[in-house]
Write a protein that binds this ligand. Structure first.
Ligand code: ZN
Ligand code: ZN
Length: 132
């Protein structure tokens, strides 16, 4: 589950929604140039994600502990480290329309001036939960 916060950019004054946090069943990535967000589901990642869960040896999330224990017990494919997992997952995504690359480490950016989070005011009363 992730959240959407309404933010106002302190540089250009644009208001926009920012999605943050991945979910139990998907990951959230941002474009390394424009900051646009995209998600990739663990189901789409298939063996890439199974190999990562296998390598964790603890549940990825408590809410899905039963599923993770089953993967760890039954999956026999290659084990991926967190670094190998992020590199492999990033490689499955098409480039952003701006020409950038979607990456786990890239921050969200203002859609108008591309400032980052430290320049924004977050509307605390205006957070909506996404139910996945
Ligand atoms: Zn982009
Ligand atoms: Zn801005």
């Amino acid at each position: 589950m992730g959240t959407v916060s309404n933010c106002t950019c302190g540089v250009c004054g644009t208001s926009f929604g920012v999605r943050s946090g991945g979910g139990f069943f998907f990951d959230l990535l941002h474009c390394d140039i424009c900051g646009k967000s995209t998600t990739v589901s663990h189901e789409e990642l298939g063996e890439i994600h199974l190999g990562y869960i296998k390598g964790l040896r603890v549940p990825y999330a408590i809410a899905r502990a039963g599923l993770d224990a089953r993967i760890q017990a039954q999956y026999t494919g290659p084990v991926l480290t967190p670094d190998e997992y992020t590199a492999a997952a990033e490689a499955t995504l098409a480039p952003c329309e701006c020409g950038g690359t979607f990456r786990y480490a890239a921050p969200p950016r203002c859609p108008t001036c591309r400032s980052t989070e430290d320049q924004w005011t977050v509307g605390l009363n205006n957070v909506s939960m996404i139910v996945d």
